[in-house]
Design a binder for this molecule. Structure first.
Ligand code: MSP
Length: 510
């Protein structure tokens, strides 16, 4: 079986400092990367910064600093954010790197050589903020200014010589591809948007600009620079050493398992990118997943709206794992979600402190006192114990399938249900009343500890620091976490040590 997994986040524009929307894409990608890793996959996890284009050039001009210097500075804040968010990316690509320039220019040459690109003239609307072209029917006028109906960003008229990619030619092949590969665009609710856009007719796409200079030059014509989206999308193969398609990295990990992106950039990923790849005869990624937005009130956070929620502030106030937990569990994946401190505090108090933290604390303290700080040896599973343990074993494959379908809500609900069940089990079994029946007492403790281990494994992709803290009960280190062992009822070795642990989550006074 193919045990390689390649996941990407969008590469972020370093036109401003990172916000919660960026943190969201990275945290979700990290969740999948970590899960796959503990399930025995070789994982390549790519993130980075998208540094070319007029938007970046203008942002640097505004600050009156050299464009590359500007990019260096902000790209570093994105790199630092990955660390702060405990993201396990294996690579960080910058589009200003040579490996990427080489890759983009090569792709261009490939397309040009086979007549997929031609020189002409572009007249039309362009949004610098989105780095996107819009048709007349996608524009509206508000207060005398033209803007994109979908993104509300301002558009300007562009009239210049430009190279074009023959996108129109790929209308039918794309529609056929979507049909043959129904999971290519996810969630399915967004697929229809893409299909109807393609069906409405694809026009050839302008893929070079002449009026500014911050970008990768078109090979053989230095008056033009390559359109920033053709440049940016190529990052996904640059990181695998394209154009060297014989490179072991490329052979092993391309096509990507999943490009995780926000819904606003679906058109680029589900139409342009596959068309470029089809034209260059490069296999298509297996899946494009367009997640929803994190909203503050009703609005998407963005620099232009000035309503940015800083992930660092939230982390300083509440800690990283609560934020990760909130974004992964509270936002129904695929849809938009709100973030509010009030709901975050509820999450910390009920799910993390009461449900998980308290279970770990209380069972460990009981075992330290009543089982001499050792995993019980003599145990005899009864129906009640097996019933609760079996839920993990019998759902092992289902959980894997749900993860492959990006059903994060199934995953988090499964954990929450098991936590409720286990707390109830421990209360109902009343081990403190079983001091004259040590086998029973031992079995209840063993069962509960086994479940704490299993749940901590499942929580590892969501709240890695806290999961590892909980696993200190058993001295289990990160490299020992294996998802498949949650199906094992007897993983914990009798007589090994049980360690008391510090409080996992402090409750918040409200
Ligand atoms: N540079 C392009 C992507 C190129 S990928 C080849 C870009 N960059 S971005 O910095 O503007 O956005 C990066 C990602 O952050 C996008 O997937 C976008 O959807 C996501 N988010 C930006 N704001 C967001 C929210 N408020 N909520 C969730 N994600 C949103 O687009």
């Amino acid at each position: 079986m193919d045990k390689n997994f390649y996941i990407t986040t969008p590469i972020y524009y370093p036109s401003a400092k990172p916000h919660m929307g960026h943190a969201y894409s990275s945290i979700i990608a990290d969740f999948f990367a970590r899960f796959k890793r503990i399930d025995g996959f070789n994982v390549i996890f790519l993130t980075g910064t998208d540094e070319h284009g007029l938007k970046i050039q203008r942002a640097a001009e505004e600050k009156k600093i050299d464009t590359l210097e500007f990019c260096d500075k902000i790209s570093k804040t994105f790199r630092d954010l990955s660390e702060t968010l405990n993201i396990t990316n294996t690579d960080f690509i910058r589009t200003t790197e040579n490996r990427h320039k080489l890759s983009v220019q090569n792709l261009w040459k490939e397309l040009k050589k086979n007549d997929h690109i031609y020189l002409s003239k572009y007249s039309g609307w362009y949004s610098v903020s989105d780095e996107a072209f819009y048709n007349e029917d996608e524009i509206e006028e508000v207060d005398g200014k033209k803007q994109s109906i979908s993104s509300k960003s301002q558009v300007e008229w562009m009239d210049e010589e430009s190279y074009f990619f023959r996108l129109s030619k790929w209308e039918k092949p794309l529609l056929d591809y979507y049909k043959k590969n129904p999971d290519f665009i996810c969630p399915s609710s967004r697929k229809n948007e893409v299909i109807s856009f393609v069906k409405s007719g694809l026009k050839d796409l302008s893929v070079s600009r002449k009026s500014f200079s911050w970008g990768i030059q078109v090979p053989d014509n230095k008056d033009h620079i390559i359109y920033v989206w053709l440049d940016a999308l190529t990052n996904y193969i640059s990181a695998l050493n394209y154009p060297n398609t014989d490179d072991p990295l490329f052979k092993k990990f391309w096509p990507a398992s999943i490009h995780l992106i926000g819904k606003d950039i679906l058109r680029f990923h589900a139409i342009y990118w596959p068309a470029f790849l089809l034209a260059a005869k490069i296999p298509l990624p297996k899946k494009i997943y367009g997640h929803g937005w994190i909203l503050l009130g009703e609005q998407k956070m963005s620099k232009s709206k000035g309503n940015i929620l800083d992930p660092i502030e939230i982390i300083n106030e509440y800690g990283l794992d609560p934020l990760r937990y909130y974004l992964i569990k509270e936002v129904s994946f695929g849809n938009d979600g709100n973030i509010s401190k009030d709901k975050l505090e509820d999450c910390i108090n009920s799910d993390l402190a009461n449900n998980f933290g308290n279970l770990c604390q209380r069972v460990t303290a009981f075992a330290v006192k009543n089982c001499n700080s050792k995993i019980p040896v003599e145990i005899d599973f009864q129906k009640d114990d097996l019933e609760i343990l079996d839920k993990f074993k019998s759902n092992l494959d289902k959980i894997r399938i749900k993860i492959d379908n990006q059903d994060i809500n199934f995953y988090t609900d499964f954990i929450i249900n098991r936590l409720f069940e286990t707390n109830k089990y421990f209360n109902d079994q009343e081990p403190w009343k079983k001091k004259d029946n040590l086998i029973r007492l031992n079995t209840i403790v063993y069962t509960t500890l086994e479940i704490i281990r299993k749940i901590s494994y499942m929580l590892y992709p969501i709240i890695p620091q806290s999961s590892l803290k909980a696993l200190k009960i058993f001295d289990i280190k990160e490299n020992k976490i294996e998802f498949s062992t949650i199906g094992n009822h007897n993983y914990l070795k009798g007589n090994s040590n049980i360690n008391n642990i510090d409080i996992l989550f402090k409750k918040i006074e409200k």
